[in-house]
Design a protein around this ligand. Structure first.
Ligand code: FES
Length: 368
């Protein structure tokens, strides 16, 4: 079984889309993309970057459940957005300069619009303020967006699919589900969990998919915690079609429980995307010196360098906290770094580190 955290795993070309232009684009892009994916999918690698800035305008805002707003974006120059694949996300540069990543979850056949959904995370619940700023946006506000990035790539012709979404984790899963359910060529199952129905966005669109074809409704399991209790990973996995690929996005405990329940003969591949930082694994304590601030800091074994730096330097920029966006990159003046990111090239690693995932030994001196 292969396991793919956000970032790798295209294995085979897709079958055709009904829309001819899109079919051509799919084919062209895949022909270019497959060799690269095959070459890199066995090892950690930088995620492909699409760093062009696109000026966008918020064209519509709706509410999709408790604390969740859906933003439809148009290009300020009235051109079309770039083509994207299920699982893609974009960077949104907020008016404050903060950068946040959001999965594209609208319809791929509308290149005039990108759609994202954002759950508001209060500061006291550990939010960094980005979602609060997003929720303050109004129709007509301007934003800069970058991407799309294929950080959670969807493999089009698996033997079957088990989709598992927790709350706002439905956002990257929804385009995968739409495509799979529309073609209906292989068996698939969706398990969608959340605290309550009111907190689970896009239940109306899930219901549409359930009603679109005979048999779809039986494949969709909506299990709010207050009705079904905390979901059981083994029970979820037992619903997988034979040889299925598991695509999951949601809270870290849910993903960890699913990973513990595997290996399972039903599951052939695991692809997951977290929306919160992963716990530090096999971390050892080290020290950081912030040269410009003139401060020495300990970094505990179970915390990131970013957490330690933000204790004395709260303005330190960050975004994904998973080592793929590069926002937390800092210059290293001295010391040994253990690079754990999927963003920097070997060349960039000479003299830089990403604070959110990479660690050090002894003392690492930073240009901060
Ligand atoms: S915050 Fe994205 S790489 Fe560190």
């Amino acid at each position: 079984m292969s396991e793919t955290p956000r970032g790798v795993g295209v294995r085979v070309p897709p079958t055709a889309d009904p829309n001819r232009t899109m079919r051509t684009l799919d084919t062209l892009v895949r022909r270019v993309a497959i060799p690269v994916a095959l070459r890199t999918s066995r090892s950690r690698h930088p995620i492909g970057q699409v760093d062009r800035d696109l000026r966008a305008v918020v064209s519509r805002i709706t509410v999709a459940g408790e604390g969740v707003k859906v933003f439809e974006l148009s290009r300020a120059d009235c051109k079309q957005f770039p083509w994207w694949f299920p699982g893609a996300h974009i960077d949104v540069v907020l008016p404050s300069g903060k950068v946040r990543q959001y999965s594209l979850n609208g319809r791929r056949d509308n290149p005039n619009q990108w759609r994202i959904a954002v759950r508001r995370i209060p500061l006291e619940a550990g939010g960094g303020g980005g979602s609060i700023e997003m929720h303050e946006l109004e129709v007509g506000d301007a934003l800069v967006v970058r991407g799309p990035r294929e950080a959670f790539p969807f493999v089009f012709n698996e033997a079957g699919y088990l989709f598992v979404a927790g709350g706002i984790g439905i956002t990257p899963i929804l385009p995968m589900l739409r495509r799979t359910a529309r073609r209906n060529r292989v068996p698939w199952t969706l398990v969608y969990t959340g605290r309550t129905r009111d907190s689970m966005p896009f239940l109306d669109e899930i219901a549409e998919i359930a009603g679109a074809r005979p048999g779809n409704a039986e494949r969709i399991h909506v299990w709010p915690d207050d009705e079904y209790g905390t979901p059981d990973a083994a029970k979820i996995i037992s619903l997988a079609p034979a040889g299925a690929a598991l695509y999951t996005c949601g809270p870290t405990p849910m993903i960890d429980a699913l990973r513990r329940a595997i290996p399972d003969p039903q599951i052939d591949a695991l692809h997951y995307e977290r929306f919160s930082p992963p716990p530090v694994v096999a971390g050892k304590p080290f020290r950081i010196r912030l040269e410009r601030e003139g401060v020495d800091l300990p970094v505990r074994a179970d915390e990131t360098a970013l957490t330690a730096v933000r204790r004395v330097h709260p303005g330190q920029a960050y975004s994904c906290q998973q080592g793929f966006c590069g926002t937390c990159k800092v210059r290293v003046l001295e010391g040994t770094v253990e690079h754990r990111d999927r963003k920097l090239t070997d060349y960039e690693r000479e003299g830089h580190m990403l604070l959110c995932v990479s660690r050090g030994s002894g003392t690492v001196v930073l240009d901060v």
